[in-house]
Structures are given as C-alpha cells and as structure tokens.
Design a binder for this molecule. Structure first.
Ligand SMILES: [Zn+2]
Ligand SMILES: [Zn+2]
Length: 162
C-alpha cells in the first residue's frame, strides 16, 4: 500500500500522489468542506451580513454551480439563513453589555492570578513531632528515634503511584 493523504476537511484519505491530491483539492466537495470548516470559526453576525449582501445563486440549488466558495452569489438556503440568524441571536444573548475595558480586564486578571497562586503551592500542613518526655532524658538516642528536622519536608519529591 502506498502513502495515504488524509484530508481533515473531508475526513477522507486517498493515495498520496500529486495528481490525486490536486484533483481532490480542486474538487467542489473539498472546497465546500473547507469553506464550511473556516466559516464555523467566523463571526456568524459578520457572515450573515456578508451573505445577505449577495443575491441567491440560481445554479447552486440545482447542483450546477461550478464556482463553489468563489461564487459571488449566496449558496445559503432559507434554512441556512435561519440557522445563522439563530446563532447571531444566541451570541447577542450571551454578550450583553459593553465589552470590558482594558483596566477591568487587567484587574480581573490580577485577582484571578492572586486567587490562583495559593493553589499552585499546595498548602501542606506539616506534621509536628514532639519527643515523648520519657525519651528526652536518654543521651545518644539513635537517629531513627529522634524527631525529624522541621525543614526536612520542604524539599521532598512526591512520587506518583500509578
Ligand atoms: Zn478534502
Ligand atoms: Zn453559485
């Protein structure tokens, strides 16, 4: 089996050679898929206005428009327009009020950073060891019996057990 070219727009793979790649990339179906892909990232408001400015393509509904995304007429159906309008309305609904000013954004960001920073360093409550009083009088205790130095936990590496 030769090399395969996978087109992410069409979710399709085919033999990877210059001619089939060229054929595919120039195909109407690919161009449409590509256009739809990028349109999905476009501001629906902007897109709606753009499409409304165009006149409907007479050939596209009959499957006879060869221009694809280069067509200067609109390829959107009534249903497409309705869907787009719905998207625009939904977005307006979400973005109520004026956009925040830079100062607002910065102060919010500072607050967020401040509130996040404690969680970056986990607040460990270190165990406090005390010597049992009856051991304190015994000289030269073995190190394993002595309480650990208080800073010994600060540089511990944690192992992930999995
Ligand atoms: Zn494709
Ligand atoms: Zn057209």
């Amino acid at each position: 089996m030769g090399r395969q070219y996978y087109c992410e727009f069409c979710e399709k793979s085919f033999a990877d050679n210059p001619s089939s790649r060229k054929n595919h990339l120039n195909g109407t179906q690919h161009k449409n898929n590509r256009k739809n892909h990028y349109n999905s990232f476009k501001d629906p408001d902007e897109r709606l206005q753009e499409e409304r400015r165009k006149r409907p393509c007479k050939n596209f509904p009959r499957g006879m428009c060869d221009f694809g995304d280069n067509c200067r007429y609109s390829h959107l159906t009534e249903a497409d327009f309705a869907q787009l309008e719905q998207q625009v309305l939904q977005r307006r609904h979400h973005n109520t009020g004026p956009p925040p000013s830079l100062e607002d954004w910065l102060s919010k960001r500072d607050k967020r950073i401040q509130s996040e920073s404690p969680s970056i360093k986990p607040d460990l409550t270190l165990p406090v060891y005390t010597m049992p009083s009856n051991l304190m009088h015994i000289p030269n205790l073995p190190p394993s019996v002595l309480p650990p130095p208080p800073d010994i936990f600060n540089n511990l590496k944690y192992e992930e057990w999995g």
